[in-house]
Design a protein around this ligand. Sequence first.
Ligand code: ADP
Ligand code: MG
Length: 594
Amino acid sequence: MPIRLLPPEVASQIAAGEVVERPASVVKELLENALDAGASRIAITVAEGGRRLIEVSDDGAGIPAAELPLALERHATSKLVTAADLFSIATLGFRGEALASIGSVSRLTITSATHDSTSAMRILIEGGRVHPPVPVGAPRGTVVRVEDLFYNVPARLKFLKTDRTERGRIAELVTRYALAYPGVRFTLVQDDADPGLQTTGNGDAREVLAKLYDAGIARQMIEVDARYEGFRLSGFISPVAVTRSNRKEINFFVNGRWVQDSALVTALVQAYHTQLMVGRYPLAALFIEIDPAEVDVNVHPAKSEVRFRDHNRVFADVQRAVRRAMMANAPVPGLDTPVQYRWTPTQGDTASPFDDAQGRPDEPAPHWGGFSGVHGDPGLPFTQPRPGDVPDQPPLPEASRVPLLRLVGQIASAYLIAEGPDGLYLIDQHAAHERVLFEKFLAQRGGSIPAQQLLEPETVELPAHQAGMLDGQLAVLGALGFEVESFGRNTFIVRAVPALLAGMSPQAALRVLVEDFEEDESPLQEEIEAKIIARVCKRAAVKAGQGLSPQEQQALLRDLEASASPRTCPHGRPTMIHLSVDLLERQFGRRGAR
Ligand code: ADP
Ligand code: MG
């Protein structure tokens, strides 16, 4: 084919593809524009995951009538004048591309009135074709309405995920901006439901956290505020007891812009040092303020990546600030003194099948690790790792069964000691019980998993983005013995829980499950089930720190012997350490002596 210049519509659709990948990217650009315009209220309305409608209205500065057509031109911006400005960008937008891009792949209407104009102007651009502006009556500020996104780019449309997924992404995005701008009042309504998200805009960041997570977690979040030369880090991080199974709730903002930067995330996670269990991540909303000249935001079309001039310094400053905040707020475990947390027994924390076998003492046992009962925390399992606890021996093959074991006893209210024909076994009671429950659950699957009806159905409210995910998984939950009904957009009614979880707060159970959905949006049904089961078992398993009666210890050992994969817990950590007779002999120098 001969070389030809692309027709302008095609060229602009290609360019639009970089900025507007999905509905959430439209919401992002429109939010940034509203924030750049100094809005104090921003209302977002979305229909059908943003495919049919995205409307963002703000009470910001507005666009002067004469400039309205220009706002829709590519590379038209009020935020940059010279190339030099590119190196010290203080606004969220600067490329002058968003409106033009969105307008080339949708029907875009902008209605805007500045604070000193008497009437508003409205302009429509359809698939890149601009209609002449008309005057209308409207309050001050700007309303941008995007309808039928990608109606003229069927290929794009095909790549969109389900409405539910797109809705979730939008909620996630608005959540981030709400965190970053607690002084702005955000309202998000998706599909005419009640506000999925609403902040007051009173400037209280902790209040926003409470809206986004829940009051219990918000209360526990540790405040960070450190200033070093030319650098400030402020915001919130979770204590070690509050973790997630993914990095999604780690949000960094650089000069008010949410950024994706794996190095910053690494700096944060490393600052927790060994205190986090493998595969667990903190929650964080951290704001870096730095001289705009020290950071290049013009790296990525979606402006979600940045480059720091002195990357190492930023990395080190983040670590230093986070460590300080943690040390000031949390006990630091010594090498052999595990942290003892205040233990608030909630119903769920002691739930175990052993409960009815043997009465438990009223006084809770001192609770080392294996702990998830911070008051108000709906259930974030956490085990304190013990530094220096790595066995020297290579792990045994996962699937190999264990021989018959003779129980010797329990130590530290956490480990069982047993003797086998080939030496000594140290068994982590929590991990072992997790494995046992997991296999019992799996065995019941396919048949019917016994459910326990709640005496009183319980209402559980989830943050918007999690509610959407749960909505799509109700059937899976049903198969596992949960009876959960959607009741309004973010609210669910729990009528029954799996019998294995009887006694655990349904609220805690649901929240823990939703965490897993977040990790992967469309895993195989089988995988979801297995993950949910593993998670459920973790919650239901006896904890380290629980004294077990000899009968309970014995029962656990027998169950473990019967397991198909007794040597690891469902999350892959070892349930046992095996010290062979051979190793013992070597360690005691018996081998050499003979
Ligand atoms: P950029 O944000 O990179 O400048 P956009 O295409 O997003 O480019 O917007 C173009 C221009 O339109 C902006 O520079 C700004 O002057 C104006 N504009 C867009 N949205 C708003 C808004 N909500 N309020 C006021 N002005 C706006
Ligand atoms: Mg913009």
